[in-house]
Write a protein that binds this ligand. Structure first.
Ligand code: NI
Length: 179
């Protein structure tokens, strides 16, 4: 789903208990992981592929679109709630599979404490910091109908990927299909 689609502006619906062991949910999660990996993304929210459910996947493993040292393992979270955001915020560049070809600099809390359900139904509380915390905040935004561009305050903080690549001497490409 691309920016402009109303589903990206809708709040996600909770995944009900009875859906937890369903084939449908397993299929959705599989599709989300496959879509994220194919597009070389580091996170994906269910509404980005057309589902209104509160599901997100995250993973950063030797990703050509992000520098090394940012890696974190695959996570699948259902019904995620952010319990705490650190007061300390960091400015960092973000892209989005729903807004291919652009980058924006956004302030995000340096660390987060979250509560979420795993696909087996277990509730967990986890703390994340740095890049992983940024990705969680970006995906949590998606699930409440927000996009990173909503946080931009200065025009200079949003640019086409070609200019971003020039500015930072990078050769990053967004994979524009199937997301
Ligand atoms: Ni996004």
């Amino acid at each position: 789903m691309r920016v402009g689609n109303p589903l990206l502006r809708s709040s996600a619906k909770s995944v009900p208990v009875e859906a937890l062991s369903s084939d449908f949910l397993q299929y959705l999660i599989k599709q989300m992981i496959a879509t994220m990996r194919k597009a070389k993304g580091v996170g994906l929210a269910a509404n980005q592929i057309g589902s209104p459910l509160n599901v997100m996947v995250l993973e950063c493993k030797k990703n050509p679109r992000y520098p090394t040292g940012y890696d974190f393992p695959l996570k699948v979270y259902l019904n995620l709630k952010i319990l705490k955001l650190s007061r300390k915020k960091i400015l960092g560049w973000e892209g989005c599979l729903s807004i291919p070809g652009y980058r924006g600099a956004v302030h995000r809390s340096e660390s987060v404490l979250i509560k979420a359900q795993l696909p087996n139904g277990t509730w967990v509380q986890e703390k994340a910091s740095g890049f992983e915390a940024r990705v969680i905040q970006h995906e949590a935004d998606h699930l409440s109908g927000k996009l990173y561009i909503d946080h931009l305050t200065l025009q200079k903080d949003w640019m086409h990927l070609d200019l971003f690549n020039q500015k930072f001497r990078k050769k990053i490409k967004d994979h524009a299909k199937n997301n």
